[in-house]
Design a protein around this ligand. Sequence first.
Ligand code: GDP
Length: 208
Amino acid sequence: MSNVYNALSFLTGAASMQGLPEDAGLEVAFAGRSNAGKSSALNTVAGRRALARTSKTPGRTQQINFFVLDERRRLADLPGYGFAKAPLEVQRRWSALVESYLSQRRCLAGLVLLMDSRHPLTALDEQMVHWCVAAGVALHIVLTKSDKLGRGAASQALAHTRRALAPLGDGVGVQLFSATRGDGLDALRSRIDAWLELPARAAAGEAR
Ligand code: GDP
């Protein structure tokens, strides 16, 4: 089965601003607390089992990993945050890299911020939201693992997160997502399509 994101392939990992690919074309970044379900979401979007596995290999965890879609479009997988045991120095390096990336990257069309639907908007998530707002980066919030919540609890998590972010205006999207069930996949892909200026999908729909 094919979808446009099936063509994604690993380009490079960057541990510093100097290592980033050229700031041209369009980029959509993925961020989230470690274990939020970021790799699973990336793999589900791509319709591939192990695209984002690269980011799990030792040494690459503090890097921004880039995946190319075509000559002008990329996805950027930001290093996960919130490791309880990460040394202060590692946390500082993470903050410096991510904040610089968000504030300086001109080709950045938007950030997909993944949060576990069972405990969204932790302090570090709020810091990410704040950085995006300060840098004028468009934001789309994905509440992951929605299959772990009942229908009522899932819609409550959605409503709670929407309410909390309402002061930021209508521009911030919030949705539920399940990598295991595929719930919310079309909504997430549509958001990324729009940011990457991909042509609208054919009315007949595109196979996953
Ligand atoms: P990352 O650290 O943010 O990249 O998170 P991963 O994608 O590696 O997921 C962390 C854990 O949550 C793994 O054990 C996944 O199998 C699990 N997980 C991720 N997405 C889902 C989901 O939609 N549903 C369920 N039930 N588990 C998920």
